[in-house]
Design a binder for this molecule. Structure first.
Ligand code: HEC
Ligand code: HEC
Length: 238
């Protein structure tokens, strides 16, 4: 059988999903993502709509409760910071973060507008976190703790919960395999729209050190100690 070309596959996928023909985005720019994210953060959130979009388009990979899958290296999204999630969805949509499965999922579902990201992120942020069994072998945990507290906690906070604005992600309740892979992805510029300093931090660590930090982080479990930013109704917002 002749090899299918990209546009043919796109047409087949769109025909199968009944979606309208969408323009294929070229890689945009960090400034464009920033603009989209700022637009998104001004919008009202509808977590119920987000939950429906998620169940239809995302749960097949990330799971019904958004807990991901360590074997397939699919991240848990439950309880993740809202602004961070919105930025990642904008980055994937604008091809500023590499991941074929995510590019395909967003294009196929047409989930490419700020309102969609806001609603899905509100849903995901509200979900309860869960602990996972998988960790590293435990040999490097002390080294991992020392590195994390010295080099990473200034941004991610001592307990790994992320920053108050919500753009620095929580690293708690995340799969070991995913943490390890992302540490390398960041160090090798597979995520284009990140601070050069972050890339340098991670690139300065060798594989034993990255393994040690991922092992330490994979043991950070449970809800965060506190949520300093509360929404007007008193619930944790990000
Ligand atoms: C085909 C499987 C698949 C589907 C469907 C899918 N994802 Fe993903 N998702 C992944 C994988 C794999 C990654 C990790 C990408 C990487 O390695 O950088 C990911 C990463 C993410 C991230 C980044 C998380 C982080 O901690 O940085 C977000 C957010 C996300 N997905 C949201 C969604 C949403 C919302 C949907 C539904 C529109 C969705 N995903 C559908 C496989 C999938
Ligand atoms: C200067 C602040 C800063 C420092 C220091 C920092 N990070 Fe981060 N980190 C970030 C930000 C911001 C992001 C989100 C990047 C993006 O928007 O894609 C991030 C993302 C990550 C992610 C990806 C999480 C996910 O869900 O995909 C990992 C893993 C990570 N950092 C680990 C580390 C480790 C390990 C260190 C220490 C060696 C470290 N970071 C130091 C700011 C920082």
């Amino acid at each position: 059988m002749a090899k299918l070309s990209g546009p043919t596959i796109t047409l087949l996928v769109l025909a199968a999903s009944g979606a309208q023909m969408l323009p294929q985005p070229a890689r945009a720019s960090p400034a464009q993502v920033d603009r989209l994210v700022q637009t998104a953060l001004q919008l009202d959130r509808n977590p119920a709509r987000g939950g429906r979009l998620y169940a239809k388009n995302c749960s097949s990979c990330h799971g019904p409760d958004a807990l991901g899958d360590s074997v397939r290296v699919i991240p848990s999204l439950a309880g993740q910071r809202r602004a961070y999630l919105i930025k990642q969805l904008a980055d994937f949509t604008e091809l500023e973060r590499e991941s074929e499965p995510m590019h395909a999922a967003l294009a196929r579902s047409g989930l490419t507008q700020p309102q969609d990201w806001v609603d899905v992120a509100a849903h995901l942020n509200s979900l309860p976190v869960a602990a996972f069994q998988e960790t590293g072998d435990g040999e490097g945990v002390e080294l991992g703790e020392a590195i994390f507290q010295e080099q990473c906690a200034s941004c991610h906070e001592e307990d790994g919960r992320g920053d108050d604005d919500g753009f620095v992600p929580s690293l708690r309740n995340q799969h070991y395999s995913y943490l390890l892979r992302q540490s390398r992805s960041l160090a090798t510029w597979h995520r284009h729209n990140v601070e050069p300093d972050l890339v340098r931090f991670l690139d300065s660590l060798d594989i034993d050190e990255l393994t040690a930090v991922a092992d330490y982080l994979s043991r950070m479990r449970g809800p965060t100690r506190d949520r300093t930013r509360l929404d007007q109704d008193g619930t944790a917002g990000d």
